[in-house]
Structures are given as structure tokens and as C-alpha cells.
Design a binder for this molecule. Sequence first.
Ligand code: HEM
Ligand code: HEM
Length: 200
Amino acid sequence: MRSLNEKTNQKPNQALPAKIFHWVSLISLFLMMTSGLQIYNANPVFGGRGGIHIPAIFGLGGWLAGGRHWHFAMMWLFALNLLWYGVYVLWTRRWRHRYASGKDLKALVVSQNEKRKNYAWHRLAYTLLIPLLLLSIFTGLGMYKPAQFYWIVDSFGGWEALRITHFMAIPITLILAGIHSQLGRKVGGDRLTDSMFWTD
Ligand code: HEM
Ligand code: HEM
């Protein structure tokens, strides 16, 4: 458990693939979100063309076609990054100890130890990010190729619901990533965060 690093004064150490995954996730997510907001602004899902617009500064691409170009170029970086990380997690059996487990859920319910609970929340927050990002690929695929993947559109009950679900990846990712980084600081301080992004 990483929080023990604090107690033992041991330097937290992250696997290189986890670091690469983080850097590429942050960069590709930033580009996906900003280009997505550019697309959104052309025809807001909330209220149509006269509806709720996002300030232009948050958009990437300048106009609808520019936003789409960025979105469809960056989706490869974003999706392939998740893919190789997924292969790595399965291949190395990292999934067995790195993600929220039944023990963490039990700790959240019965443990009296505040540190253990924070640690469980921390693992739960980053674990939840993975299915959320996979869902954004799934819904995005339904919008990208609606003729081939009509069943994705149908499974969400129609185009509008699919668009809303896809859009919701932005606020939910931002909230979860914010909670994840705050909890990371809580359980391991700045040293833990630095270990994921900067130190070797
Ligand atoms: C591989 C993954 C993804 C694919 C294939 C994909 C695909 C698409 C497609 C086809 C559209 C509609 C484009 C159009 O109507 O011209 C779209 C819109 C959008 N995407 Fe993605 N996307 C992906 C990931 C993401 C991610 C990770 C985010 C943000 C976290 C995101 C945010 C958005 C937003 C906000 C819109 C505008 C929604 C709307 O108003 O309809 N996308 N995406
Ligand atoms: C939305 C983007 C992010 C995703 C998808 C994500 C996902 C993950 C995942 C899957 C892990 C476990 C990695 C492994 O060991 O294989 C993890 C760990 C970690 N993440 Fe993130 N993360 C994101 C953003 C951030 C941000 C913004 C920060 C801090 C500012 C952060 C800090 C950390 C730290 C410090 C750990 C190590 C936790 C530990 O060793 O206990 N992450 N993250």
C-alpha cells in the first residue's frame, strides 16, 4: 500500500508504463475534450443551435470541420493508449493488485481506520476512470460509424441519448480526475503525485 511509503519514508516508485499511460492520457484527453467542445458548439446537444454554447476559448479547431479533424485524429492516440495499457495490465497481471477490489469496498463500509478508507476511495476513483473512458470510446464509435454500429445507437435509445452520454464523458472525467488527484495527495502527499509525473 503506497501510503505506507509515507510512514517508512520510502520514496514512492511508479512503473514506467503507468507513467507513460498518464502523460499520454492527459495530453490526448485534453485534445479530445477541447475538440469535442468545438463540435458541440456547432449544434449544442443542450438546446440546439440557439442553445447552451461553451466559451470559444475551450474549443480546438476553430470551426466544426477543424474540431472534427482534431477529434478524429486524436481518437487514435487516445484509444491506442488505453489499448496498450490494457494489454500491459492483463499481461503483467497488474489488475490483480492495482485496482479497487472487494477488500477496498469492505474497508469503505466497515473500517474505522481513516487512512485505510482514504486509500480505498483513492483506488476506487482511478479504477472508475477506466470504464468511463472505455464508455466514451464505445459511444464515440456509435457516433463515428452509425451505419455499421447502429446497434450502439439503438442500445442508448436513439441518437440524442447517445450524444448526451458521449458529452457527459467531459464533466465526469474532470470530476473523477480531480477527486483522483486530490485523494492521491491525501494518501501520499506531493511525493506520490511527483512519482507519477516527474521523478524516476
Ligand atoms: C475513441 C474515442 C472517441 C471517438 C471515436 C469519438 C467520436 C466522436 C464523434 C463521431 C463525434 C460527433 C462528431 C460530429 O457529429 O461531427 C464526437 C463528438 C464529441 N466528442 Fe467524441 N469521440 C471519442 C472520445 C471522446 C472523448 C474521450 C471525449 C471527452 C472526454 C469526447 C468528447 C466529445 C464531445 C464533447 C463531442 C460533442 C458532442 C455533441 O455535441 O454531440 N469524445 N465524438
Ligand atoms: C484522467 C486521467 C487519469 C487517468 C485515466 C488515471 C488513471 C490512473 C490509473 C489507472 C492508475 C493506476 C496505474 C497503475 O498502477 O497501473 C493511476 C494511478 C495514479 N494516478 Fe492517475 N489517472 C489520471 C489522472 C491523474 C492525475 C491528474 C493525477 C495527479 C495530478 C494522477 C495521479 C496518480 C497517482 C499519484 C497514481 C498512483 C497511485 C498510487 O500509487 O497509489 N492521475 N491513475
